[in-house]
Design a protein around this ligand. Structure first.
Ligand code: NAG
Ligand code: NAG
Ligand code: NAG
Ligand code: NAG
Ligand code: NAG
Ligand code: NAG
Ligand code: NAG
Ligand code: NAG
Ligand code: NAG
Length: 628
């Protein structure tokens, strides 16, 4: 703690205050937020959910975390920059080894100096702990809000599993699941917070004791008064599910996206993928003659199967007068995504010309060990033995050599402007999150393989103020170009925020400006000690070998790898409608495995088949999209 305050003193202007919270991270037995099944979760001080954090942007935050779990733990402040202190970012194996059981760590979050405000969240970035509940919203209030409103609420959305993450992960990454079907949530949760407190259940309801302090789903309500304008900060804390959110009888105007204030943008529904945040303004009705349903429908397109017991459509309500009935308009005409490129930031930031492109293509495959993994550019991510930032800080001049960090790494030069060209070659949609930065979304294509400029347009370099956010959704077969300025020396992970996909290897690391990082701050000693306590190395290349053996990865197991030419589109054969394609595909594979020579053209032919399969699958699902 002395360290934390010393660091803050060094980085903060004299007047900044420090808000401290003490979190004892504990297992909590018999939590039952959905009212369907009690289970063990991860909470704080024996309670769940972990408390929301509200802070003024003129203050800094210190989270004193004590790990009462039986496994290493980290906390990631999603979307915060940690400018030049990337080891505070909480990404296990990238920025730290993890807080060992029975030890504490003080996360120092600079806010007063980094110009950030808006809606964020805090969650574990280790061992899937956030899926087990270690997640909470963080709201940062600027001295003066750009938009005006009377009152605000935070809306927390999340998917919910009845089994613990470790159990589900074993089933997911398994030879028994070669198609990589993700665990389907057992339910969804919606709950509300205000002034750093969760809102209790509606009077008269009596939810299960352990989680009874908070109102969930039908037992939660937002009190509205006629004529007032409310800001709702919507945070999606899902591990997997995307939500469609709307309020019967009320229109919404988007005013914030991932901490970026934007011009008012009217919408009938808000699509929030994992880890994204939106604020909307909602003007209350002028009459209190009835109450209205709030809807949060999970997008079930991504679910391999929709179990009959699953209710993907949860509701809560807006209450004007508790004695009046609730109006439920039930359905929505059509689900649609928000065109985030149409959102206009209030603080104008022009596009800088890019100096480098980094193409990243997403695929999933059954690998040579029989499990299904995710890949960027054909490589599945494996945690380095040495946290990447510790390699970066310890390798001296050699830290600029990308080979030191493993095959899924990129070294960025200081202040370089990069275009990440992200291409989703998978059949599912994915939310991608870059740590330590916001990117500008400068281009989207609806078919990244197309030569047709209406489907795959070139980047418009004359955009004056592209939207900036930290998490972007990319649908199947689509592409997006993210422009990022490398202005934050350190080591940062870029990954799919669907927890299952991160664990299946859908990540790369950016080692940014190593020499500048070395010249700035130093990693606190306690972080090295905690690695030692976990018997993990803290210097040298990703496998812990010194600069003299920079390319030696002995002791570090990379892979699994793609089967030679056995590449199959994910989920093939899972859909009855695709049987023909599957049979064709299997014939091709059999032929390949019999040693047939593969030419470029045949590869391309196979790729086209895959594309066609994906398109068909998309259409197939489309039939089930509500159109009423
Ligand atoms: C957790 O418990 C400690 C010790 O009783 C207390 O100081 C701290 O404020 C509590 N934190 C929360 C978030 O309740
Ligand atoms: C954290 O909680 C555990 C379990 O309740 C308790 O045994 C431990 O003393 C607490 N530790 C701290 C530092 O508060
Ligand atoms: C939050 O603060 C406002 C204004 O101080 C108050 O009206 C409201 O009841 C508070 N809400 C909760 C949930 O404590
Ligand atoms: C709401 O409260 C009722 C009891 O009044 C309880 O049976 C139900 O499980 C609760 N629902 C949730 C989601 O907590
Ligand atoms: C939250 O994100 C998940 C994963 O993308 C998505 O399936 C779910 O619909 C999102 N929830 C909301 C309310 O947007
Ligand atoms: C969920 O809501 C959608 C859209 O209104 C609807 O099409 C679907 O049938 C609902 N699902 C269930 C299980 O109620
Ligand atoms: C590491 O850097 C040293 C100089 O600092 C150099 O002599 C050596 O060749 C470098 N190693 C590699 C593998 O580049
Ligand atoms: C490029 O963006 C500018 C500024 O938003 C706009 O005026 C122009 O029409 C766009 N050009 C194309 C080809 O879309
Ligand atoms: C980090 O701070 C420097 C100034 O010290 C600034 O130029 C840069 O934009 C900041 N980066 C981020 C991501 O905030």
């Amino acid at each position: 703690m002395r360290y934390a305050l010393a660091l803050l003193a060094a980085v903060s202007p004299a007047l900044a205050g420090v808000q401290e919270v003490w979190w004892n991270i504990t297992y909590v037995q018999q939590a039952n937020p959905d009212g369907l099944q009690p289970r063990r979760v991860i909470g704080i001080n024996g309670t769940w959910p972990p408390p929301p954090i509200d802070i003024q942007s003129t203050d800094d935050l210190v989270v004193h975390a004590y790990n009462s779990l039986d496994q290493p733990m980290t906390l990631h402040h999603h979307g915060m920059f940690f400018n030049s202190t990337s080891w505070m970012d909480g990404a296990q194996s990238i920025s730290q080894c993890g807080v060992p059981p029975g030890q504490s760590f003080d996360y120092t979050v600079p806010i007063s100096t980094n110009g950030q405000h808006g809606t964020y969240w805090i969650h574990s970035h280790a061992g899937g702990q956030y899926v087990d509940g270690l997640r909470a919203p963080v709201v940062i209030h600027p001295p003066q809000e750009k938009h005006s409103y009377d009152e605000e609420f935070t809306v927390v959305l999340g998917d919910w599993y009845h089994d613990e993450h470790s159990v589900l992960l074993k089933q997911f990454i398994s030879v028994a699941n070669p198609g990589g079907a993700e665990p389907v949530p057992d339910s969804a949760l919606i709950y509300f917070a205000q002034n750093a407190t969760y809102m209790g259940p509606i009077a008269g309801t009596s939810p299960d004791p352990v989680t009874a302090a908070v109102g969930f789903n039908e037992n939660a309500t937002l009190p509205f008064q006629p004529g007032k304008t409310y800001r709702l900060r919507i945070v999606n804390t899902s591990a997997f599910a995307m939500f469609f959110f709307w309020i019967d009888g009320h229109d919404m105007r988007i005013i914030e996206v991932d901490g970026t204030d934007v011009e008012e943008y009217p919408t009938d529904l808000v699509t929030v993928t994992v880890a994204q945040r939106y604020s909307v303004l909602v003007t209350a009705r002028s009459d209190a003659s009835q109450n209205w349903m709030i809807h949060a429908n999970m997008d079930t397109d991504m679910f391999d199967t929709v179990p009959p017991a699953l209710n993907p459509n949860i509701t809560s309500s807006v209450t004007y007068d508790a004695s009046k009935p609730i109006t439920d308009l039930g359905t929505i005409d059509e689900y649609h995504d928000i065109d985030d490129m149409a959102l206009v930031p209030l603080d104008v930031e022009p596009m800088l010309p890019s100096t480098r492109t980094i193409p990243l293509e997403v695929t999933f495959d059954t690998m040579d060990d029989g499990t299904n993994r995710a890949m960027f550019n054909g490589q599945t991510f494996v945690n380095p033995l040495v946290p990447t930032v510790m390699s970066e800080m310890s390798l001296g001049q050699n830290a600029t050599q990308v080979e030191a960090y493993g095959p899924f790494s990129f070294v960025l030069n200081h202040l370089e402007v990069i275009d990440i060209i992200l291409q989703n070659g998978d059949a599912g949609k994915h939310p991608f999150h870059l740590h330590g930065h916001k990117f500008q979304i400068v281009q989207r294509s609806t078919d990244y393989t197309s030569d047709d400029p209406t489907l795959n347009p070139p980047i418009n370099e004359t955009q004056t103020n592209p939207v900036r956010r930290d998490t972007v959704q990319v649908p199947s077969g689509e592409g997006v170009t993210l422009r990022v300025v490398a202005d934050n020396p350190g080591a940062w992970i870029f990954h799919c925020h669907i927890e299952w996909h991160l664990q299946a290897g859908l990540a790369v690391t950016f080692i940014e400006a190593p020499l500048e990082a070395q010249a700035r701050n130093a990693i606190p000693d306690v972080m090295y000690q905690q690695c030692a306590a976990l018997s993990l190395p803290t210097s040298g290349n990703a496998a812990g070998h010194p600069a003299s053996d920079l390319l030696d990865f002995a002791g570090w197991t990379l892979g699994p790898y793609q089967q030679v030419l056995g590449w199959r589109p994910k989920g093939i054969g899972a859909m009855a409608g695709c049987v023909l394609t599957a049979v064709l595909g299997m014939m091709t594979v059999t032929w390949y495995s019999l040693g047939g020579h593969i030419s470029e053209e045949e590869m391309e032919h196979e790729a086209r088949l895959q594309q066609e399969e994906k398109r068909r699958r998309g259409k197939f699902f489309g039939l089930y999209k509500p159109k009423n």
